[in-house]
Design a protein around this ligand. Structure first.
Ligand code: CP
Length: 317
């Protein structure tokens, strides 16, 4: 079987295949009757060792809409609290004969470790600062859908100027988006305070900025990131007021981007710090709720595609 641990290394045709596989589910999810029996009889375990609203709920909804039995394991109420190791937890889930396991963990690489120990496909729902592949896919699907809805035809990502701004250092969302968008041909600029720009940025095909106004010039898409205060380990970060002044997306600042620029944020947001409410809630520019909607469809596609081999169905995996 094949896992989905990250978007690094996926070819353009593989990324586009997953986006295309989500399109029927976007349509289904807009119907009153949101049900297909594609995964009927399968058991999916969502094992979350770190908090989540969007990712956990959308994976649960995705599995249920496809007819699977879905169970959630929250580390906070599990035997992890009694000291059970990650590997023993993985072996326990495996013994229950899950058909797919979705895992979120605070440590980079923890999901890959579990994937080595279990017999079914593992989907990474976010591991530390490493990757959040379904977020990267749902963001690409959101961008493509918004450009198509405007009547733009042709290759949506080629030369698209995307700014990713904020706490790049701690952001698995930034890493998955960088891998997906650069692979698909976008011109990606990343912007962060010096303390929140990772050293490895030089190895990625992106242009780094510390000056947000310069990064914004002519941008087609502005993706804001949450300041992840819970992951700070002594980095110097500006106060919330200073941060908004230097790196917050305000309406005035958005005017520096290209006309019709689109605004994104993976959530949860720190309103009034990295993004102002009048930007986040601006119906003409903000794609934030569309991102959540696309999250359900992309997770339906990933669960479907990754379980195909076990179901004897032809496909990507
Ligand atoms: N975007 C995202 O991963 O949100 P949650 O942490 O709420 O799942």
């Amino acid at each position: 079987h094949r896992d989905l641990l990250g978007l690094a290394g996926l070819a353009p045709h593989e990324l586009l295949y997953l986006l295309d596989q989500a399109e029927p589910w976007v349509a289904l999810n807009r119907q009153p009757h949101k049900r297909a029996e594609v995964l009927a009889g399968l058991t999916i375990i969502n094992a979350f060792f770190e908090n989540s609203t969007r990712t956990l709920l959308s994976f649960e909804i995705a599995g249920k809409r496809l007819g699977a039995d879905v169970v959630n394991m929250h580390a906070a109420t599990s035997s992890v609290k009694k000291g059970e190791t990650l590997i023993d937890t993985a072996l326990t889930l495996n013994a229950m004969r899950a058909d797919a396991i979705v895992i979120r963990h605070a440590s980079s690489g923890a999901v890959g470790l579990i994937a080595d120990k279990v017999d079914c496909p593992v989907l990474n729902a976010g591991d530390g600062q490493h990757e959040h592949p379904t977020q990267g896919l749902l963001d690409a699907l959101t961008i493509r859908g918004a450009l198509r809805a405007r009547g733009e035809t042709g290759e949506p990502f080629a030369g698209l100027r995307v700014v990713i701004c904020g706490d790049i250092l701690h952001s698995r969302v930034a890493r998955s988006n960088i891998h997906a968008l650069t692979t698909l041909g976008a011109d990606v600029r990343v912007c962060a305070p010096p303390a929140l720009m990772p050293a490895e940025i030089e190895q990625l095909k992106v242009t780094p900025y510390h000056d947000f106004d310069a990064a914004l010039a002519g941008a087609d898409v502005v993706m804001m990131l949450r300041l992840q205060l819970e992951r700070m380990q002594g980095q110097f970060v500006p106060s919330p007021r200073e941060y908004r002044h230097l790196y917050g997306l305000t309406l005035e600042r958005l005017a520096r981007a290209a006309p019709g620029a689109l605004v994104m944020h993976p959530g949860p947001m720190n309103r009034g710090i990295e993004i102002d409410s009048n930007v986040a809630d601006h119906a003409a520019v903000s794609l934030i709720t569309t991102q959540v909607e696309m999250g359900v469809a992309i997770r339906m596609a990933c669960l479907d595609v990754l379980t195909r081999r076990a179901r004897g169905v032809e496909g990507w995996a």
